[in-house]
Structure formats: structure tokens, C-alpha cells
Ligand binder design. Sequence first.
Ligand SMILES: NC(=O)c1ccc[n+]([C@@H]2O[C@H](COP(=O)([O-])OP(=O)(O)OC[C@H]3O[C@@H](n4cnc5c(N)ncnc54)[C@H](OP(=O)(O)O)[C@@H]3O)[C@@H](O)[C@H]2O)c1
Length: 282
Amino acid sequence: MSTVPTITMNDGRTIPQLGFGVFQIPPEDTAKAVRVALDVGYRHFDTAEMYGNEKQVGEAVRASSLARSEVFVTSKLNNGFHRPDDARAAFAGTLADLGLDYVDLFLIHWPLPTLYDGDFVSTWRVLEEFARDGQARSIGVSNFQDSHLRRLEAGSETVPAVNQIEAHPYFTNDAVRDYGRSHGIATEAWSPIAQGLVLDDPVITGVAAKVGKTPAQVVLRWHIQRGDIVFPKSTTPARIKENFELFDFELDAADIEAITALDRGEKGRTGPNPDTFDYVPK
Ligand SMILES: NC(=O)c1ccc[n+]([C@@H]2O[C@H](COP(=O)([O-])OP(=O)(O)OC[C@H]3O[C@@H](n4cnc5c(N)ncnc54)[C@H](OP(=O)(O)O)[C@@H]3O)[C@@H](O)[C@H]2O)c1
């Protein structure tokens, strides 16, 4: 029995609020990590064509004894494939690599406003096709700023179900989260523990000592109580288990506020700025 709450997206579908991310897990280690996570109880996996491990995620999910409907799988359109025909071919490749006939959620990985004449709206219309034919049950975006979301709103009919953005105590990204909240877009927080960077912060270690939990559990619980969706990555079995144990304690309002106050604004961003990021993998 799962203890993980679900979030209802604007298309009426639900997504487990806690999942497992596989960015930077080498393909040869991915199936094992996903198997460990499935055994612990994770039922939501976040991969991407860019991560090079969709095959291994699909392999582990398909090898489990779970029904397809019990597992939520997300993947993302890589940066080289924003043109509509390229996007269609890339999505077919994602389904083939996963060995699944649908994904639960498919995202535009980056907006790339300086490439493709800045036209991510045409790309989004292709994701709308995937949703219409049921091969992507839900569709969303990743790394979209509020200006990008406004352009989608003006140029298309579907509001993204989620926006997956960098967010953690040093970069709370609240303006983009607030835009999402007021427009029915759920926020997914990537690098939720800032790849470990925030775990030695005295405010976080202080709260952890007070509530008798680890710093990672405190930070992940902070995200959960803020209402965001998270999928921490780990290849360490003990941490995979630790990161799943978030539902037997609560942070009080003062703790939440103290952690939120660690925000460093743009200086706290650890990944690329979506307004200028233009990396296209070869
Ligand atoms: N859309 C995007 O552009 C984007 C960008 C980045 C990430 N993401 C997604 O978000 C997921 C999570 O982000 P992330 O992988 O960048 O970073 P993260 O989950 O914030 O941190 C992962 C790092 O923290 C370590 N770690 C995990 N649990 C820990 C614990 N309990 N105690 C101490 N250290 C711990 C891991 O080490 P070990 O593995 O060695 O245990 C790993 O080095 C990704 O896997 C991916 O699915 C999306």
C-alpha cells in the first residue's frame, strides 16, 4: 500500500507527488536503481531522452510484476527535436525505447527561446497531438519561465499539466511557481536537494536535528508541504529508501518559513538559465 499522496493535474489525471529521478544515472546502472526504487515503493519515474537511459527505465518497469497502470512514467523531448516532424519521430523513439505504448507524462525539456525562431508553440501543438491520440496521457513543459508560459497560453488551447523547474531551498523559484499555481499548472521541482548542496546548511541540519529526520528528508518534506512534485535521484539503496520516508512527520510553519528564507534568488540557481540555455546534444 502506497503512502505517497497524489496531485490532481488540470486534465483530471493524478500524479504521485513523490517519484524517482534518473538524471546522471549511467544506463548500465539504471535498471538496478529503478528496481530498488520499485521495491521500496516508488511508482513514479522521471526520465528523458537526454538522459540516455529510457531503455533501462522501461526494462525495469516492464520486468516488475506491477500492472502498467500502477506506474507513472515521464519522459521529455530532447532539444534537437523541436521542429514538429522531428518531435513526432523523437516521441515514437521514446515509446520504442521505453517499450511502452504510452507515457503518463511527456514534457518539452527546455523552451530554447533563442533557437528554432523561438517557436516552442508549434512544438507544444505536436504534444497536443500526442495527448489527443492517448500516447501521452498528460503533457507539460519543463524549464519554462512565466514569459514562456504566457506565450503558450496565447498560442494554444491546452494549459500544460505541469512545469518541471529547478527549485530547492537556495533557489525557491517562487515567481514561476506562483504563475503555475494561478494558472492550474502543477510545479515539479527538479534537483530538489540541489544535488546535495543544501544538506549541510545549518538551518536545515538544525531542523533535521529537531524533528529527528535527515537533512534530505527535511528538504524533501519542505517541497511536499509546499505542494510541489519531487523525484530525488540516488543510486545508493539506503538513500533511495530514506528519500521515500517522508510521510510520517510534518514541518511546522516556522520551519517551512526558515527554509524558504534560505532563497538566494538567481544566485542560488545551479542549472542553466532557461532564457539563454541553447544546448543541443550532438
Ligand atoms: N527538467 C530538467 O531540466 C531537469 C534537470 C535536472 C534534474 N531533473 C530531474 O530531477 C531529478 C532530481 O534532480 P537531480 O538528480 O539533479 O538532483 P537531486 O535529486 O537534487 O540530487 C541527487 C544527488 O544527491 C545525492 N543524494 C540523493 N539522496 C541523498 C540523501 N538522502 N542524502 C545525501 N545525498 C543524497 C545523490 O547521490 P547518490 O546517487 O550517490 O546517492 C545525487 O548525487 C533528476 O534525476 C531528473 O529526473 C530534471
